[in-house]
Design a protein around this ligand. Structure first.
Ligand code: ADP
Length: 248
């Protein structure tokens, strides 16, 4: 682990029945940075995400968060430490309103459903906090709209609001721009930048102009291995990266 790293992996490896999807990956995510994980399809990006948040168990290697070895912890324990992976849209309840969706995420953080629904005061506090997360992602005008009625881009914004409700210190965003219109891309880019003012972000993203605009640091994976690391100007000029990804 380097001094400034909030999340580090050393020798991270995942084999699926003899196929090595992630091979001996070293990664340092600097505190307060926006770090992108890029690479061609099948490079091992999603597997890496799943390993870092323990949705998958590594075959070997170690993961450190805030100087603590988290390799043996569960996803729930890791989330409690502040390292939270964004929920996918499938985790947004379409028949509930935007407000209700964020309230449920707050309830999950609190982990006490009885207390949550019992007291008017608690309910009001949660409403206030939920509304502030909704405002953060620019969905105030849609607070009482059913999540299922939102545009795709706004569903992704809601997904980020439910993640913020868990009060993460570090967020892992899996392709935040996938399927977005240009207008959505601009809105979510501004949101990610705002979130990153006091948090760390690691994202998998295919949209290279977004990666160029947002990321402080980039790790390029190919065939499960780290091909290059550095800022966009550096990695985008790397012949190995052009060959394996950008020029492909
Ligand atoms: P990326 O996210 O970069 O597209 P993935 O991490 O999804 O790549 O996949 C990396 C490689 O691991 C791919 O070849 C994929 O087919 C393989 N893989 C991923 N998950 C599994 C699994 N559960 N079982 C077997 N192979 C898998």
């Amino acid at each position: 682990m380097t001094e400034a790293a909030i999340l580090s992996a050393r020798g991270l490896t995942k084999e699926f029945k003899g196929f090595v999807a992630v091979n001996n990956v070293d990664l340092d995510v600097r505190r307060g940075s926006i770090h992108a994980l890029i690479g061609p399809n099948g490079a091992g990006k999603t597997t890496c995400f799943n390993l870092l948040t323990k949705f998958l168990q590594p075959t070997s290697g170690a993961i450190t968060y805030n100087g603590r070895d988290i390799t043996g912890l569960s996803s729930a324990d890791i989330a409690r430490l502040g390292l939270v992976r964004s929920f996918q849209i499938s985790a947004v309840f379409p028949n509930l309103t935007v407000l209700e969706n964020v309230r449920i995420a707050l309830q999950r953080r609190r982990g006490d459903s009885y207390d949550f629904w019992r007291s008017e005061t608690v309910l009001r506090e949660y409403d206030d906090e939920a509304r502030s997360h909704i405002a953060d992602v620019g969905l105030t005008a849609f607070t009482d709209e059913r999540a299922g009625e939102l545009s795709y881009g706004r569903k992704r914004a809601l997904e980020i609001a439910t993640t913020l409700a868990l009060n993460p210190e570090m967020l892992l965003l899996d392709e935040p721009m996938a399927g977005m219109t240009q207008e959505d891309v601009e809105r979510i880019s501004a949101l990610i930048r705002r979130i990153a003012t006091n948090r760390t972000i690691l994202m998998v993203e295919h949209n290279l102009s977004v990666v160029a605009n947002l990321s402080d640091h980039i790790t390029v994976l190919a065939r499960g291995e780290v091909l290059a690391q550095g800022d966009y100007a550096t990695v985008s000029k790397d012949p190995k990266v052009i060959d394996a990804y950008i020029g492909a």
